[in-house]
Ligand binder design. Sequence first.
Ligand code: PGA
Length: 258
Amino acid sequence: MKPKMVIGNWKMNKSFEEADDLMIAIGEQLAGLRLETGVVLCPPYLYLELATDLAQEAEFTVGAQNCSELKNGAVTGEISAEMLAHLDVEFCIVGHSERRKFFHESNQTIAKKTDILLESQLIPVVCCGEVIEERKAGQHFEVVEKQIKESLFHLSKEDFESVVIAYEPVWAIGTGETATPEQAEEMHAFIRQLIEKKYGTETAYATYILYGGSCNAQNALELFSQPNVDGGLIGGASLKAEEFVGIIEAAETVIKEN
Ligand code: PGA
């Protein structure tokens, strides 16, 4: 089993001081653990520089939550991938369901953002996942397949190998209703098969497929024990140091036991 990855998506939360305190607390709790798990914090844009400064001495790296699909220019309020790269940001979440819903991001927009991030050597964390109506109608595999194919399958094998995928069933995000380990495993195995068909076995195995949606320190162990669940994209539970570190410890436990 390859090492796990745990990414904290803070969304639009925390004051500057609270963000500082939380990063320091996470850094302190992770210090000396000699982690195998890759840990990434994705605070709001305004705290990225603070995060990358602290990351120099800590066991985490830093990601953004979004970027513009354009390289630069007259797009008021946007932040480019290149700007993120200059701040030593290494990851960027793309196509989160909240952005699909509130900002009408399509698979095509997500494909463009993925390209622009790769151009700036950032690692795109590309989100996919069905809404509850789609799951109830038995369309979840079809929906996720379309999202993955339209946003990622234009990439060369080499570029694809830099991408992280996060499966986040929308009905599980922020609801306290986690996908069962079986539901997560089933979808992750399906995604891995899609990758295998397109890019081959080695790439499929190496690709990180994270689970997101009400993952916490209590359920992480069981979720991460599934063979195709390579870690988690964590929202609410990443806003408290102990809870987030508990999830990272679960990831470490799974790796040590396998
Ligand atoms: P949640 O969010 O852990 O609060 O459900 C996950 C996400 O939106 O990335």
